[in-house]
Design a protein around this ligand. Structure first.
Ligand SMILES: NC(=O)c1ccc[n+]([C@@H]2O[C@H](COP(=O)([O-])OP(=O)(O)OC[C@H]3O[C@@H](n4cnc5c(N)ncnc54)[C@H](OP(=O)(O)O)[C@@H]3O)[C@@H](O)[C@H]2O)c1
Length: 310
């Protein structure tokens, strides 16, 4: 081993790593495709990250179709955006809205038709809407596990499958999904959420490979904590609303910064993007490279919570 690493191997390895890192930085700095006039559909646009994505894509000159369940809040956002210019030479457009519940598969199919009627095509579908969950598996009703899966997994895949044929026909389009760090690692007391995001990651990884032949990229974005109402809107084991702004969420990333990360990832047609501070990113590597230690840490974190609640 000494002989292998001796005689100039270390500088060679360091130089190769340096070139690789420089390449990654340059790739990240490239501006990527323009979104002027592109038709961008955003689900969960009524609040949080979706709302900020709407602002970012609107300023980039996209023609938006904003989706959510609350028509009033979507209209408020349309009003706000139509009064805002991009602040650049780019032309901006007044967004359209489509109101539907992602957890209701039948209404998703009808909504996809409505979405296509807005501009006749979809260039970028941003599957952003989602709900979170807080609870102990032993006390969680199976229906709650199913409900979270309906919104976070079956909702986005139904909408994607309903819109895909039109993208395939045009040999053009881009499918984006907002997953989570919890789509890559599972932390205790988040079973329904982590399971739905793991399923999401797997489905869209399969989709990426299957539709590459049509020139349609798939981007999976995995953010860490973002300062939104996600924890407030989360469901608990009996289906009631959690209603608490968790500390981790309150000190999370600014949703405007995450939205800029989403915009960049779309422009650069990136495949898999983690938008998080170093600790969660490190945890993903730990889960892969040293699972025994990762499981110990998760069990210890569960014990700490159990002691606090005892
Ligand atoms: N905040 C975080 O820490 C964090 C971290 C990683 C990933 N994420 C992901 O980021 C995405 C956006 O969440 P957020 O943080 O912005 O939370 P949020 O403020 O609670 O927004 C969630 C959005 O999803 C929509 N939505 C929820 N259930 C829906 C349903 N059944 N049908 C249609 N729309 C529905 C909500 O719209 P209405 O209630 O108005 O219908 C709302 O616009 C989610 O996929 C979440 O998992 C968030």
């Amino acid at each position: 081993m000494e002989r292998v690493l001796g005689a100039g191997m270390v500088p060679l390895i360091l130089a190769t790593m340096g070139v690789f890192m420089l390449y990654r930085i340059l790739v990240r700095l490239r501006p990527g495709a323009t979104l002027q006039d592109s038709v961008v559909v955003i689900t969960g646009a009524s609040s949080g990250l979706g709302r900020e994505c709407a602002r970012a894509f609107h300023a980039a000159g996209a023609r938006l179709v904003l989706c959510g369940r609350d028509a009033g809040r979507l209209q408020q956002l349309v009003q706000e955006l139509s009064e805002t210019s991009s602040g650049t030479q780019l032309q901006t457009y007044t967004p359209s809205t489509v109101v539907f519940d992602l957890a209701d598969t039948a209404s998703v199919v009808t909504a996809a038709e409505e979405i296509l009627k807005c501009y006749g095509q979809v260039d970028v579908l941003v599957n952003n809407a989602g709900i979170s969950y807080r609870g102990n598996i032993l006390d969680t009703h199976l229906l709650v596990q199913r409900d979270v899966m309906e919104t976070n997994y079956f909702g986005p895949i139904s909408l994607t499958q309903a819109l895909l044929p039109s993208m395939v026909r045009r040999r053009s389009g881009h499918v984006v999904v907002i997953s989570s760090i919890q789509g890559k690692i599972a932390i205790p007391y988040r079973s329904a959420y982590a399971a739905s995001k793991h399923a999401t990651q797997a489905y869209f990884d399969c989709l990426r490979a299957e539709i590459e032949q049509y020139g349609i990229p798939v981007t999976v974005i995995s953010p860490g904590y973002i300062r939104t109402n996600l924890s407030v809107n989360a469901v608990t084991g009996d289906g009631s609303k959690y209603g608490v702004l968790d500390k981790t969420t309150a000190v999370g990333w600014d949703p405007r910064d995450v939205a800029q990360g989403v915009l960049r990832a779309v422009r650069q047609k990136r495949k898999d993007v983690v938008l998080a501070s170093p600790l969660p990113s490190l945890a993903i590597y730990l889960r892969t490279l040293w699972p025994a230690l990762f499981f110990k840490l998760m069990a210890s974190s569960a014990r700490t919570k159990q002691k606090k609640e005892a």
